[in-house]
Design a protein around this ligand. Structure first.
Ligand code: ATP
Ligand code: MG
Length: 247
């Protein structure tokens, strides 16, 4: 059974359709990229997985549960990392990581050790007491990843988490992210605007087309040769373009 399952999902805001007849499944342990032009419904899809609102029609199931109706059940099972690190400026790196565990309902006596451990794993040992303004953008994003992983969620969602970083920093952090997801046996779903990121990050690419419709579902081979990469790139672009695609 897929750990994330959308069946005929519709999501309308007033009279605007953000997601239309969306059906897909993501298996446990998969690392999947989601691509599509701006406004095609990617973040709305994430918000449905997070249970921030219910679908207008259809069903969303995460680990067999309804994320909207059972919001509390999901608190420590699904974590999200955004494009900006979303840290509290008046809290240190360590305190910012602890806040995630507090909201997830992790016992307080575990916060410090877990936060230190995850900050160290993400290369921030010795910077625990730094405030966000004393850290670089890449380091702030590392704190944000530590906050997500420290909750030990089953599913990690990244909404453009690496796109505000330069390509070298993004590549490094992406690689670390993939290793952490795989080591932890977690399921990862990553929204990205970068085709290169989609092609290198996951084992599958879901291509959305406005309004929030699945245009293509592409398996990415583990070590594609240049010709295969070029073909994949063309296929993803065709899927994103309203007129074309492999629908
Ligand atoms: N709360 C809301 N109220 C009204 N309309 C919304 C709301 N959230 C999203 N929308 C609309 O739904 C559509 C899909 O938005 P969404 O944020 O999911 O797109 P996206 O694919 O994440 O885009 P981007 O790549 O720019 O982040 C857009 O047209 C957006 O304006
Ligand atoms: Mg978005």
């Amino acid at each position: 059974m897929p750990v994330i399952e959308f069946t005929g999902v519709e999501k309308a805001f007033v009279d605007h359709r953000a997601v239309h007849d969306l059906t897909f499944g993501i298996e446990e342990g998969e690392l999947v990229s989601v691509v599509g032009v701006t406004g095609c419904g990617k973040s709305t899809t994430f918000n449905l997985i997070l249970g921030l609102f219910p679908p207008s029609e259809g069903t969303v199931r995460v680990a067999g549960h309804d994320p909207y109706a059972e919001f509390d059940w999901f608190r420590r099972r699904v974590a999200v990392v955004f494009q900006d690190a979303r840290l509290l400026p008046w809290r240190t790196a360590l305190q910012n990581v602890c806040i995630g565990m507090r909201f997830a309902g992790i016992p307080k006596d575990q916060w410090q050790d877990r936060a230190r451990d995850w900050l160290a794993r993400l290369g921030l040992a010795g910077r625990e007491n730094a405030y966000p303004h004393q850290l670089s953008g890449g380091q702030r994003q590392r704190v944000s990843l530590a906050r997500a992983f420290s909750v030990d969620p089953e599913i990690i969602l990244c909404d453009e988490s690496f796109s505000a970083l330069d390509e070298i920093t993004a590549q490094g952090l992406r690689r670390e992210f993939v290793d952490l997801v795989r080591e932890g046996g977690k399921t990862g779903v990553v929204i990205t605007h970068s085709l290169a990121e989609a092609l290198t990050l996951g084992s599958r690419i879901l291509v959305l087309r406005p309004p929030g419709h699945l245009a293509d579902d592409i398996a990415v081979p583990s070590d594609p040769d240049p010709a295969a990469l070029e073909a994949l790139r063309a296929r993803v672009l065709a899927g994103m373009t309203p007129e074309g695609g492999a629908e």
